[in-house]
Design a protein around this ligand. Structure first.
Ligand code: F6P
Length: 404
């Protein structure tokens, strides 16, 4: 067996997905038979200090010298444990902490000098994701006593870290990654890094544990064959939503992503009510294709009143931009952005659901299935079935299932 060993040191402001990434990396290395352990400073802090003290923002003020000393102590403890781990049977030690300050990182590089060391900086400033991540954090028991002050305290903590934050630059080996997009922003290596190809591949892979991709159930506009708009569900649509709710009752769905349109939100509400712990997150990114001047018309109306639109769209559906609206091509970036947000949250939750629209779901599916652009606007999106998608490094699953 090779004796290659590696320290991975995470860095980034709070709520940037570091711990989730640490877990993902650990699990991926372990699956490949490489013994890996995470050394998390926050865990030590929670063990050794009262939660009342460490959940308050003041504990993170750079001016609070007693707390600075305590936090450096936890960092030292983890470095010692990580070193001992690699000296013994461990192969990869992941140090998970903010490590925002250059000085702290210099100490780490100096102390952990027996094996190659690689920094990963997690960057993500998406407002929606930040809000949701902070919400997740403050739901943890350690914040319970702060009640409605929890979010403000957490934001203050982030501001304190921002005061001392310096991005990676002079460190010998690193990757700076957009942790929402899974996109490498910058990389540098001065030393040979064991497992490098594998590590890089883990970082850029979109992992989807279980995605249930559903189209909203029947609406009044569907019956009238009208496009776009914001119409309510029909009685049949409500019954379909109830059938979906019953079907998914046995599975734990943590998040349901919808568009901002009532037909997706109303479908989601019925499903969510039948779950124990479920949140609906409505994103404009998942709104249906904007049909511009054709919104609320039937296809027959368009053919009669706007024959040039009907003809030109029919001839090139993927690229055709509705006057004052969108095409499949122009809506793609926003759909991908929505998908990335959903995946980001799915990194912790096992099951997520997206309740979208016909064109939206076609674009989402084309993210997983290879389809020529010309074929995307014709992917079959029924309302009595849903797609179940798993896409991880070791498993790809894609099925169209009935729910009633
Ligand atoms: O008809 C329902 C609908 O979701 C419309 O709101 C939307 O314009 C249309 O489907 C998209 O499908 P197509 O691209 O085939 O017109």
């Amino acid at each position: 067996m090779s004796d290659e060993k590696l320290y991975i040191v995470l860095m980034g402001l709070p709520a940037r997905g570091k711990s989730t990434l640490a877990i993902r990396l650990r699990d991926a290395f372990r699956r490949d038979g490489i013994s890996t352990r995470i050394f998390n400073n926050g865990n030590l802090r929670r063990i050794y200090r009262p939660l009342q003290e460490t959940s308050r923002s003041e504990f993170y003020s750079p001016k609070n010298s007693a707390a600075v000393e305590l936090r450096s102590g936890f960092a030292r403890m983890n470095m010692e444990m990580a070193k001992a781990y690699l000296r013994n049977s461990g192969r990869v030690a992941i140090l998970d902490a903010t490590n925002a300050e250059r000085a702290r990182r210099a100490i780490i590089e100096k102390y952990l000098d027996d094996y190659p060391l690689f920094f990963i900086e997690c960057i993500n400033d998406d407002e929606d994701i930040l809000k949701l991540s902070i919400q997740e954090k403050i739901n943890l028991p350690e914040f319970a006593h702060l009640k409605d002050k929890a979010a403000t305290e957490f934001l203050k903590r982030i501001d304190y870290y921002r005061m001392i934050y310096t991005p990676l630059k002079v460190e010998r080996n690193y990757i700076r990654i957009d942790s929402l997009q899974n996109m490498i922003i910058e990389e540098k290596h001065s030393d040979a890094i064991p497992f490098y190809d594998r590590l890089r591949d883990y970082l850029v892979t979109d992992e989807v544990k279980n995605l249930f991709l559903i189209r909203h159930t029947e609406t009044e506009y569907n019956v009238a064959n009208r496009i776009g708009g914001d119409s309510p569900l029909t009685k049949k649509g409500e019954a379909q939503a109830t059938a979906l709710g019953l079907f998914f009752k046995k599975k734990k769905v943590s998040y349901i992503f919808t568009s901002k349109k009532r037909r997706t939100i109303d479908t989601a509400k019925v499903i969510c009510e039948m779950q124990d712990d479920c949140r609906i997150i409505s994103l404009t990114e998942f709104d249906e294709i904007n049909a511009g001047i054709c919104e609320r018309m039937t296809y027959e109306d368009i053919e009669k009143r706007l024959p040039h639109v009907f003809k030109r769209r029919g001839a090139n559906k993927y690229h055709y931009v509705y006057p004052e609206g969108e095409s499949y091509e122009t809506m793609k970036p926003r759909i991908i952005q929505g998908v990335k947000k959903a995946f980001f949250l799915n990194r912790r939750a096992n099951n997520i659901m997206i309740i979208g629209h016909q064109a939206v779901n076609r674009m989402i599916l084309s993210h997983f299935l290879y389809r020529r652009e010309d074929d995307v606007p014709y992917i079959y999106i029924p309302q009595d079935r849903f797609y179940h998608i798993v896409s991880t490094q070791d498993k790809k699953l894609f099925e169209l299932k009935r729910y009633d």
